[in-house]
Design a protein around this ligand. Structure first.
Ligand SMILES: *Cc1c(COP(=O)(O)O)cnc(C)c1O
Ligand SMILES: [Zn+2]
Length: 418
């Protein structure tokens, strides 16, 4: 059963069939999936969703596939945690962490988009999948394509963290480490994609792939009891996730699943969305702060490698999302990222990667600036796991106390400190 009418150009509205296409032939705008919301509304009720298994496919009608999903059957529906200790530390009243650091199977939000991309790639009849990645996408494509039985080619910048490299190689893909930054990897992959008949999940399958991010937004609303928070802070790399969080919430509103008001997809939400980037790579944040419609590409230099995209594909849409919602944007230094990683660990027991440090660091800054009021509900998007980016903090935390295996050694070196 399909609820997808086809693809539609985001810029000029021209319609295209359901095929592995991603750019408008006329204006080069990106293509987006076009749904039959009237039909979805009849089928997708709160009760229907609540009766389904706790994975991202519980929103199946709003996903761009025609048949049954073949991947991600245990992905998504990650915890939304009421962060009481962090509330105290930041001096705010109501704060939640949406924790994709424990997403299945590869511990980042990319497991959502890949589940959708591979299900669609199978429907299109591809036998080989590929991606250009800053790390987490590599892990997820590699793992999920191993399960689904695709041949797999993964392209990464050569200087990635070892956790991301090992966490890709273990699934035995062909892993290509390109001597260059992500933007160069991506340009190379675009050339390869035109020549080889592969499903590049974030290039020719991108319109379908990107829809998977909406489930992160759906879950926030469902887990808050079918309500939206006042503020959501999202990290940005290519800028897709943040736009899809807003799209997801607007779809829920359109379908009457939240806010209980009949509305159109253009009805304004009361949720403000904020973009978070590292100072060493913040083209989207800069455009928002300067109120500019163009994204000036930068050369990334930050420990937040998963977010290090200097020329973000969805940058202008990310900036437009923030503006439309009435939110704002901030960036944080590498030191602030490390501090925020430690703060989240020491208050909530969640070990996030550098991207999560960016999001929490920016949240703290926006609260201190008064941009986010202390008495309104806040959701912080934690999208990846800290065990994958240990290089970033290994020199900034304590060291174990080494002793000989005797009581005397223990008392001499440890317990005298008590
Ligand atoms: C890819 C990624 C993002 C951001 O994704 P975009 O949709 O490209 O903006 C955020 N956090 C983590 C950990 C990621 O790997
Ligand atoms: Zn167009």
């Amino acid at each position: 059963m399909s609820y997808v009418k086809g693809l539609k150009c985001r810029e000029c509205g021209r319609k295209y069939p359901k095929e592995p296409l991603y750019l408008c032939e006329y204006c080069f705008g990106p293509l987006e999936v076009d749904y039959d919301y009237e039909k979805i509304k009849k089928k997708l009720t709160k009760a229907a969703i609540e009766s389904r298994p706790k994975n991202l496919w519980r929103y199946r009608e709003l996903m761009p596939i025609d048949g049954n999903p073949i991947s991600g059957l245990d992905s998504g529906f990650t915890p939304l945690i009421r962060a009481k200790n962090l509330e105290k530390a930041l001096g705010v009243k109501e704060l939640y962490v949406k924790d994709d650091s424990v997403n299945h199977p590869t511990l980042s939000f990319k497991d959502r988009v890949v589940a959708v991309a591979l299900s669609k790639a199978k429907e299109f009849g591809f036998d080989t999948v590929a991606c250009a990645s800053t790390g987490n996408l590599a892990n997820s494509v590699s793992a999920q394509s191993a399960i689904a039985g695709f041949k797999r080619y993964i392209f990464i910048p050569a200087d990635l963290e070892s956790g991301k490299v090992v966490g890709t190689l273990v699934y035995d893909p062909i892993l290509v480490a390109v001597e260059g930054n992500y933007d160069q990897v991506n340009r190379l992959c675009s050339e390869i994609a035109t020549k080889y008949k592969w499903a590049f999940v974030n290039i020719n399958i991108r319109p379908y792939y990107a829809e998977g991010s909406k489930t992160y937004g759906y879950e926030i609303a469902e887990q808050l009891g079918w309500k939206t928070p006042k503020h959501i802070i999202s990290p940005c790399a290519g800028g897709s996730l943040i736009t899809k969080i807003l799209k997801g919430l607007k779809e829920f509103q359109l379908l009457g699943l939240i806010n209980n008001q009949p509305s159109t997809i253009n009805h304004k939400l009361s949720t403000k969305i904020y973009a978070a980037q590292a100072t060493g790579c913040c083209p989207i944040v800069t455009a928002i702060k300067e109120n500019s419609d163009i994204i000036k590409p930068v050369k990334p230099n930050t420990i937040a490698k998963s977010l290090a995209i200097g020329n973000p594909a969805d940058g202008i849409y990310a900036a437009a999302t923030v503006k439309e919602s009435g939110g704002w944007a901030e960036d944080v230094s590498d030191e602030e990222i490390v501090e925020a990683i430690k703060l989240l660990a020491q208050t909530e027991g969640i070990f996030t990667e550098t991207a999560g440090g960016v999001t929490l660091g920016v949240t703290k800054k926006l609260i201190e600036q008064g941009k986010i009021p202390k008495d309104e509900s806040i959701v912080v998007c934690i999208t990846g796991n800290g065990l994958k980016t240990q290089e970033a903090i290994v020199e900034k935390i304590g060291k174990p106390i080494k002793i000989k295996p005797s009581l005397e050694a223990f008392e001499n070196s440890v317990s005298y400190k008590l």
